[in-house]
Design a protein around this ligand. Structure first.
Ligand code: NAX
Length: 334
């Protein structure tokens, strides 16, 4: 059995973590022969709740879980990490301005970025989930200058999975038969779910999704808005935000970083733009199609972008660049 890896989950007393921790601890993400030490960070008022989560994890009697360290201290939580899954963030309260939300989150992710820089392994893989995920990820990346930028990514896999599922439901196929959808841009309602390069296995043959669906109006209309608004629809129905599906998406995202993507397939994740792909400005933390090998992602280049897509990709880039400017102001002032 391999040496245990150290995996941090922040926001560990929250609802996503409640679904996520069991999957990680039982081997769904890093494999059935990889034991682990789970580090759980939350804020001080949540320590009693977190104790309950620890008790439940212990009661699962999981053979791979060697140790659980629950804490409200960053120097303890970030020590020698192999993987950091940053789920906790400041939620938007009623009446809160967007700017105030950004300010509060810059503070959190600046501090956690600095803790990564100071205490974690330089090889640590960092996945940001807490919203606004792209900009929080950029803040953490900027605050951890000794860790390669490529080690940071943010979660748009839930949107990716939602897009896949919508197409599968429409065509009455299994979700696994749908491949290579793309989420471009921000994990917000400006994101652009794109099926132009997606394929589906239909009657044993792999064909383009546009050809299979035979309804461009749906693919350019309701499909996009359904994926963009899915989070809000779940909240409206459940009175709580997505948690089970978010945890599943985090597992998919991190498993792909760890083990790579299958040949010929790509997935969506928010990563740093170097300015050379799809005319997206350098230094934006933008969701692209990527393939992963040896724990390293690479943007899938060379896909043909039509005018419809171009407009939508630029719109979400514009929103991200405004968020980035505001966050950087706070970052330099903080
Ligand atoms: P919860 O409110 O249930 O849990 C969040 C937890 O984070 C709380 O226990 C809170 O005390 C903790 N926390 C707050 N500040 C912290 C800090 N500085 N350090 C450590 N812990 C801290 O929210 P939950 O439903 O679990 O969602 C967590 C985050 O994921 C939210 O920001 C949410 O918006 C975001 N999401 C992002 C998604 C994505 O695709 N990127 C999808 C799902 C989800 O909406």
């Amino acid at each position: 059995m391999a040496e245990p890896i150290r995996v941090l989950v922040t926001g560990a007393a929250g609802q996503i973590a409640y679904s996520l921790l069991y999957s990680i601890a039982k081997g769904d993400v890093f494999g059935k022969d990889q034991c682990l030490i789970l580090l759980l960070l939350d804020i001080t008022p949540m320590m009693t709740v977190l104790e309950g989560v620890v008790m439940e994890l212990q009661d699962c009697a999981l053979p791979l879980l060697k140790e659980i360290i629950a804490t409200d201290k960053e120097d303890v939580a970030f020590k020698d990490l192999d993987v950091a899954i940053l789920v906790g963030s400041m939620p938007r309260r009623e009446g809160m301005e967007r700017k105030d939300l950004l300010r509060a989150n810059v503070k959190i992710f600046k501090s956690q970025g600095a803790a990564l820089d100071k205490y974690s392994k330089k090889s640590v893989k960092v996945v940001v989930v807490g919203n606004p995920a792209n900009t929080n990820c950029l803040t953490a990346l900027k605050s951890a200058p000794s860790i390669p930028k490529e080690n940071f990514s943010c979660l748009t896999r839930l949107d990716h999975n939602r897009a896949k599922a919508q197409i599968a439901l429409r065509l009455n196929v299994a979700s696994d038969d749908v491949k290579n959808v793309i989420i471009w841009g921000n994990h917000s309602s400006t994101q652009y779910p794109d099926a132009n390069h997606a394929t589906v296995k239909l009657h044993g043959k792999e064909i383009g999704v546009y050809e299979a669906v035979k309804n461009d109006t749906w693919l350019k209309g309701d499909f996009i808005t359904t994926v963009q608004q899915r989070g809000a629809a779940v909240i409206k129905a459940r009175k709580l935000s997505s948690a089970m599906s978010a945890a599943k998406a985090i597992c998919d995202h991190v498993r792909d970083i760890w083990f790579g993507t299958p040949e010929g397939e790509f997935v969506s994740m928010g990563v740093i733009s170097n300015g050379n792909s799809y005319e997206i400005a350098e230094d934006l933390l933008y969701s692209f199609p990527v393939c992963i090998k040896n724990k390293t992602w690479k943007i899938v280049d060379g896909l043909v972008i039509n005018n419809f897509s171009r407009e939508k990709m630029d719109l979400t880039a514009k929103e991200l660049s405004e968020e980035k400017e505001t966050a950087l102001e706070f970052l330099s002032a903080a």
